[in-house]
Design a protein around this ligand. Structure first.
Ligand code: SF4
Length: 298
């Protein structure tokens, strides 16, 4: 894994396409992903972004951005304190093409520095989407920021299987650990969303739905045929994922029939209003989200 620091002059990137309906900007504090050789790296949509990879092999590099606090401050001030005109909305999805909490975050602390800056310069809305339970290490800052902006924490949990047989890569973090993080964040009073995205084969959809319902406020379900940013999942079809699913007898999961059944099961457990689907589910307006029901953690 090649790790290097890179300076950045801009950190708020205007959205378009998939996230354009719910968000005005994305933030990516890293380039590449330290989890790229794990299971999620197999199908990771970010590996198809040439501006992000710069021709490098996914999972073999991590660029750690520097100068992003100054960049955020300057861009924020231009949006919120314009010389002419009205302040602009700032609804951020973090992150769209990298993991905001890779293991290296424990020493680099990019997220922590940005969250500290956001306490002074809060966006209108912030969605943090991670594949790891490490987000919980910033809980005090997240709780403080929740008082300043609309904040949601998404954690991806794409299957209930603790492992898929070789040669599938291993999970970077077990589903149980990610579900436990969702539960802890929710109990602390944060709005939490499980992103079952992209859906992988499940052992027991009903039990999985009940586990997630006990851990989060809302769920978004997606399938690579719907949500990988290409027509009919062409990007994912270039990866080994469909071939490995077929080789292990999960042919049906490369189509939408099991996905539709899983959606029905989740709607039974969560109720329609708390289940989002693919693009519309990720872009849902904050005003349409359910109220947070703070759990008693004692
Ligand atoms: S953690 Fe996210 S960005 Fe990193 S490889 Fe997995 S899906 Fe891609």
């Amino acid at each position: 894994m090649q790790i290097r620091e890179i300076p950045t002059g801009t950190i708020l990137n205007p959205t378009g396409g998939y996230l354009g309906e719910g968000f005005t900007h994305t933030i990516n504090l890293y380039r590449g992903c330290a989890l790229g050789n794990s299971l999620c790296g197999l199908y990771c949509y970010a590996q198809w972004n040439p501006h992000h990879t710069l021709g490098r092999v996914w999972g073999r590099f991590l660029d750690v951005k520097t100068g992003f606090v100054e960049a955020y401050r300057a861009q924020y001030n231009r949006l919120k304190q314009p010389v002419r005109g009205e302040p602009k909305p700032l609804r951020i999805f973090l992150s769209s093409v990298t993991e905001p909490y890779p293991p290296q975050e424990r020493t680099a602390r990019r997220m922590r520095r940005l969250l500290e800056e956001m306490l002074t310069r809060p966006p209108d809305r912030l969605v943090i989407q991670s594949h790891t339970p490490l987000v919980i290490e910033d809980l005090p800052l997240l709780l403080a920021l929740r008082q300043r902006c609309r904040l949601e924490i998404n954690i991806t949990v794409e299957t209930d299987k603790e492992a898929l047989p070789p040669p599938f890569p291993r999970h970077a973090y077990l589903p149980a650990a990610r579900i436990a993080a969702l539960r802890a964040l929710r109990q602390a009073g944060l709005l939490t969303v499980a992103a079952v995205s992209p859906l992988l084969p499940l052992d027991d959809p009903l039990t999985f739905a009940r586990q997630l319902e006990a851990a989060c406020d809302r769920v978004v379900l997606d399938h690579y045929l719907l949500g990988d940013g290409s027509r009919e999942g062409q990007r994912t079809k270039q990866t080994k994922l469909p071939m490995l699913l077929n080789a292990n007898g999960w042919n049906a999961w490369t189509g939408l029939a099991p996905f539709d059944e899983v959606v029905k099961t989740f709607r039974q457990v969560f109720g329609d209003a708390r289940v989002g689907i693919s693009r519309a589910g990720f872009n849902v307006a904050h005003r349409d989200l359910p109220d947070i029901q703070v759990q008693d953690s004692s």
